[in-house]
Design a protein around this ligand. Sequence first.
Ligand code: ATP
Ligand code: MG
Length: 217
Amino acid sequence: MDQQLTLALSKGRIFEETMPLLQAAGITVTEDSETSRKLILPTNDPNVRVIIVRASDVPTYVQYGAADFGVAGKDVLLEHGGEGLYQPIDLNIAKCRMSVAVQAGFDYASAVRHGARLRVATKYVQCAREHFAAKGVHVDLIKLYGSMELAPLVGLSDAIVDLVSTGSTLRANNLIEVEHIMEISSRLVVNQAALKLKRERLQPILAAFEQASKRKA
Ligand code: ATP
Ligand code: MG
C-alpha cells in the first residue's frame, strides 16, 4: 500500500489558516502557494504532499481518493453532499456566516409576507433552496459562480445568499444583511478508504489538527 499522503487545499484563506495546523503536526510546506505556479507542493515530510485545487473541488478530490484528506468550508460540503467523505473535525478556521442580503430599500419582510416569488441569486443553491423551503417562501433560484453582490444592483435578483464575514463588501455595494442562515467554518474531510488503509499515517496528523483547532473554538 502506498503510504504517501496527499492533502487537498484551496489557495487563499484556507491554505493560510491550515498552515499552523500542519505545523502542529510537524509538517511544513516548503514552497509558497501564492507565488508558486505548481499545483503539487512538497513538504518537509517526503511522505506528505499538498495539492492546490479550487475550493469547491476539494470534496471531489477526496471523495475519489485522489487526495487522502482535505480542508473545505461547510458551505462547500453542504453543496457537494459529502458522499464518500468522513468529516471528523471542525477546524474552526475560515469562519464566516451564510446570509440573505438585499439592496438597501428593498422591503424584504413584506415581500416574504405577501408570498410573492422571490428571485434569489446564489452560488449556494442547495443551502438556499432548503432555507427558503423551510420558511415556506417561494423562490426562483439563479445559479451564479461569483460576485453575487452585483445581482440585486442590476436587477438580476431581489436577494442573494452569500457568505459574509465583516460585511464590508455588502456595505460597499449598498446591500443589507436581512437573514442569517448558518455559521460557516472549514472542516477536515478524509477519504473513507484512506482512513482505513492509511490509518497509521493519518491518525497522528488528525490528532494534531484536532488539538490545534480546539484552541481556536
Ligand atoms: P473560488 O474563489 O475558487 O471561486 P471560493 O470563493 O469559494 O472559491 P475562497 O474565497 O477561497 O473560495 O473561500 C474558501 C472558503 O472560505 C469558502 O468555501 C468559505 O467556507 C470560506 N469563506 C468564504 N468567504 C469567506 C469570508 N468572507 N470570510 C471567511 N471565510 C470565508
Ligand atoms: Mg473567493
